[in-house]
Design a protein around this ligand. Structure first.
Ligand SMILES: CC(=O)SCCNC(=O)CCNC(=O)[C@H](O)C(C)(C)COP(=O)(O)OP(=O)(O)OC[C@H]1O[C@@H](n2cnc3c(N)ncnc32)[C@H](O)[C@@H]1OP(=O)(O)O
Ligand SMILES: O=CC(=O)O
Ligand SMILES: [Mg+2]
Length: 567
């Protein structure tokens, strides 16, 4: 058949849709795009398919183990240290030395893999940019594939962005942050790429495509022989870290590069994982570059792990900060563990962002984050996360003032005192009150976040705070738990018990408030009603959904040529 460019028909010729050139067993169901085709090459897809085939049974097993652990916690068991791996916790071993290119990670900026933000983040003055396919990204086909294009251009050093409306061209500075990439968690499928008749594992797609296209230029221009570098999210057990280690070894073999070139920082952001920190580092000891306190998912995980423990309910979300005993214990033990094993102990994300139109409120927010960063650096953290470029100077100042010229505190802040932290310390119930305002805020934030996520934004400013998938999860599971156990809201003197009926009224009133805050027009055009339906269903479900984004994912999958699809 006679076709024009990319398979579109010449006049009078029957139309043929362009399609990706795929290897055996791979089916791409996402929209065809010329730019995406440069990422979805036959060889890159072959690599992703090989990873999927080699590791799918291990991933399935690891996810089954999560279910089994959940069953035990739901029957009353508590997470704790595993006696079978005491020898790893007590053994004297260290991880491979930190690559010189990333010895100094005092301030790391994070953000979705959106083009302008990638450039801004790399230029921000932070030491590291964590480019996010996870908490900060709504994983639509368009966002994911554009993200891969953006990262490829960033690693090549050629990325630009033309903001026509503002007549501004963005390009990279001479000096840029080192790039780390965070793929999705093990649980998320990629419904636009089928391998042997099944949706691919989301994180293997994110990792595989990025690694395939960028390992060589990255090692040359950024990693000084090491890399690429990754952040690994939401793991619950060291067996999941072992899979990543094997994936890395497989990738290194494919690329013909030395074992231990790839390096990753694991987020400790689930309650079960805090009891596995040594074991996780041990599995990844040749590929590790530390652990990070993923505080928001960690709080979410506390509620999720104790979903069937009404004696362990959380107070209002705003009261669960890093100074609560269980959070402080987690951060202290993470620092002690990392430094004993010779790697970075990274701090986490304060949710405050700059407030442009109110200098006094802005100064108050800055003071809160300075305090948070000061606590981190004094505790021994080697660096921290910033959500916004406007915060970086303040963070740099706090870390430099307290660490001087040293690139990190791995050798100087041993925190041997934290070795005595117990299971009870790590599980201690947080203190504080529960209020109607807390229920309302959870609801208002949760619905607005889901509405943004459904329309392509995975991180948003709400009420002067950064909200992303992890913070929204806290709102969702806390509402679920309060409804499930008919909790008394004791903090405001009203003594009201939470019920489905009360929650329905709150949802109605908060939807009205959202409409008045965002305006009728935006409310009508946005996906607030759909978001409300999803959020309400999840908050009132008889059993707790494992992840907010798993169910919501069905709403953003658009398979071509057939349209929306349910997994
Ligand atoms: C729990 C966790 O997982 S935390 C990690 C995941 N979360 C994140 O990474 C959140 C990242 N941060 C963000 O997405 C944003 O800062 C938000 C959504 C919180 C706030 O966004 P906005 O209100 O739009 O920011 P604002 O309008 O102040 O931005 C000003 C400028 O800074 C840029 N900017 C803001 N945040 C970032 C960032 N994280 N990285 C790069 N650039 C950024 C904007 O692109 C904008 O650039 P411009 O002036 O050239 O147009
Ligand atoms: O990913 C980070 C978190 O806090 O969650
Ligand atoms: Mg997280």
């Amino acid at each position: 058949m006679d076709t024009g460019t990319y398979g579109y028909p010449k006049q009078g010729v029957k139309k043929i849709d362009p399609s990706y050139d795929v290897p055996e067993g791979v089916d791409i169901r996402g929209r065809y795009d010329e730019e995406f085709a440069k990422i979805l090459t036959k060889d890159a897809l072959k690599f992703v398919a090989e990873l999927q085939r080699e590791f799918r049974s291990h991933i399935r097993y690891a996810l089954e183990c999560r279910k089994e652990a959940k069953r035990r916690y739901n029957e009353g068991a508590l997470p704790g240290f595993d006696p079978a791996t005491r020898y790893i916790r007590e053994g004297e071993w260290v991880c491979a030395p930190v690559p010189p290119a990333v010895a100094d990670r005092k301030v790391e900026i994070t953000g979705p893999v959106e083009r302008k933000m990638v450039i801004n983040a790399l230029n921000s003055g932070a030491k590291v940019f964590m480019a996010d396919f996870e908490d900060a990204l709504s994983p639509s086909w368009e966002n994911l594939m554009r993200g891969q294009v953006n990262l490829k251009d960033a690693v090549a050093g050629t990325i630009t962005f033309n903001d026509k409306a503002r007549n501004k061209v963005y390009k990279l500075n001479d000096q840029t942050a080192k790039l780390f990439v965070r793929p999705r968690g093990w649980h998320l499928p990629e419904a636009h790429i089928f391998i042997d008749g099944e949706p691919a594992t989301g994180c293997l797609v994110d990792f595989g495509l990025y690694f395939y296209h960028n390992h060589a230029p990255f090692r040359q221009t950024q990693g000084a022989g090491f890399g690429p570098f990754f952040y690994l999210p939401k793991m619950e057990h060291s067996r999941e870290a072992k899979i990543w280690n094997n994936v890395f070894e497989r990738a290194e073999k494919m690329a013909g590069i030395e074992r231990g070139s790839i390096r990753a920082t694991v987020l400790i952001e689930t309650l079960p994982a805090v009891f596995q920190m040594n074991e996780i580092l041990y599995e990844l000891r040749d590929h590790s570059v530390g652990l990070n306190c993923g505080r928001w998912d960690y709080i979410f995980s506390y509620v999720k792990t104790f979903q069937a423990h009404p004696d362990r309910l959380l107070p209002d979300r705003v009261l669960v900060g890093m100074t609560q005993h269980f959070m402080k214990s987690y951060s202290d033990l993470l620092i002690q563990t990392c430094h004993r094993r010779g790697v970075h102990a990274m701090g986490g994300m304060a949710a405050q962002i700059p407030i442009r139109d109110d200098p006094a409120a802005n100064e108050a927010a800055l003071e809160l984050v300075r305090k948070d960063k000061l606590r981190e650096v004094k505790a021994g953290h080697d660096g921290t996360w910033a959500a916004h470029p406007g915060l970086i100077p303040a963070y740099v100042e706090v870390f430099n003032n307290n660490m001087g010229n040293a690139p990190n505190q791995i050798k100087d802040a041993k925190r041997d005192d934290a070795a005595s932290i117990t299971e009870e310390d790590l599980l201690q119930i947080p203190r504080g009150v529960r209020t109607m305002d807390g229920l309302r805020l959870n609801t208002r934030v949760g619905i607005q976040y889901v509405a943004a996520w459904l329309t392509g934004s995975g991180s948003v400013p709400l009420y002067n705070l950064m909200e992303d998938a992890a913070t929204a999860e806290i709102s969702r599971v806390q509402n679920w738990q309060w409804i499930k156990y008919g909790v008394e809201l004791d903090g405001d003197g009203l003594g009201v018990r939470v019920s489905k009926e009360l929650f329905s009224r709150v949802v109605e009133e908060e939807m009205a408030r959202i409409e008045s805050e965002v305006g009728k027009d935006k409310f009508k055009k946005g996906m607030y009603k759909e978001a409300c339906k999803i959020f309400k269903r999840q908050c009132t479900a008889p059993t707790l959904d494992d992840f907010l984004t798993l169910d919501a994912y069905n709403y953003i999958v658009i398979q071509h040529p057939k349209g929306p699809a349910k997994l």
